[in-house]
Design a protein around this ligand. Structure first.
Ligand code: SF4
Length: 64
């Protein structure tokens, strides 16, 4: 499982970073970075919550 961000949609409001700061990081230039490329199944619930709560619908889960 991977999570990807569409940086054209992301407005860097850090909702996802507050939910999972080890996975999502908004830098000083207001760019969101995904900190872990491959995520274990145990992260699916909280990553799914971040996807659902992103107000810009900028996040997606991709199966790999
Ligand atoms: S919650 Fe969505 S809009 Fe906000 S920083 Fe994360 S990806 Fe970007």
């Amino acid at each position: 499982m991977k999570v990807v961000v569409d940086n054209n949609l992301c407005e860097a409001n850090a909702v996802c970073m507050r939910l999972a700061p080890d996975i999502f990081k908004v830098d000083d230039n207001d760019v969101l970075h995904i900190m872990q490329e491959h995520l274990p199944e145990t992260d699916r619930a909280r990553v799914g919550e971040a996807v659902r709560r992103c107000p810009r619908q900028a996040l997606s889960i991709v199966e790999d």
